[in-house]
Design a protein around this ligand. Sequence first.
Ligand code: ATP
Ligand code: MG
Length: 290
Amino acid sequence: MNTAAEALLAEAQAVLNGAAPGRLSAEGDLRVGVDLGTAKMVLLVLDEGGRPLAGRLWPSQVVRDGLVVDFIGAVDRLRQMKAEVEAELERALPAAVSGYPPGVPAPERQAIAHVVQSAGMDCLDLIDEPSAANHVLGISDGAIVDVGGGTTGIAIIEGGQVVHSADEATGGTHFNLVIAGALDLTYEQAERLKETPGEQARLLGVVRPVMEKIGTIVNRHLAGWSVGRLHLVGGACAFPGMAEVISEVTGLPASVAPDPQLVTPLGLALGRPLAAGPSLLEAVADWSRS
Ligand SMILES: Nc1ncnc2c1ncn2[C@@H]1O[C@H](COP(=O)(O)OP(=O)(O)OP(=O)(O)O)[C@@H](O)[C@H]1O
Ligand SMILES: [Mg+2]
């Protein structure tokens, strides 16, 4: 993965949830990305040059598989996140870019734009999530596997473009369910345990069958395509061992982006790459080298 993207992801992680208020001055236009996921909602703000300034990542249950299932709840939460970040930056957030998972039909995508607008921001663009992720990863050929809370998205990239994508219902939620079942915990207790670094090694045996199932889903969608490497993003890929198991099942090398949960939100905040000229990420690369 390119160093500019790694540096940006680390900065995005560092500014989340008020961790580094006032870190950089918020002069110039702001770039805002909004990711309405099945498990969490992310609002990420970058400065004009593309560097992360502030953000919020909150658990949320208002979207299922890209479909807004609780419109009022989604608007309320996004409005709260926006207000917190505005207070932190002492700047208004007038507009944002949002995204949708592969396979979400056009009318449903509009519901996502309506959430953003009803929360008080113009929705400047809606980008399909694998394209947003690839704006950060910069892959020219391979596949992006996005394992989120509810779903696994697979996107095949050729010549830097998404040429095929699909989404299937297995994700971090299923990790929680098998952990809860095996250890007799509630769903919430299982989720907390799963995300505790010191507990993950002993849970690998419990969650391995879910990882293997994700591998077989990936295999099914790769049939007929020539793919040399898998690039794993999405929060569920933060579980150590994911790349190894997926690689075993698919027979393909697999790597996990650092801070995999933030790749798509960062790509949305960066916005659609320009057709000509250096991308914002290339511009930021100059900064990360200095
Ligand atoms: N450090 C971690 N270790 C293991 N799992 C994690 C970690 N951090 C987050 N997760 C899991 O990642 C999932 C959320 O990932 P992500 O934010 O990519 O999903 P989403 O975008 O909300 O969902 P979807 O893409 O399915 O709509 C949750 O199941 C969460 O428990
Ligand atoms: Mg997601």
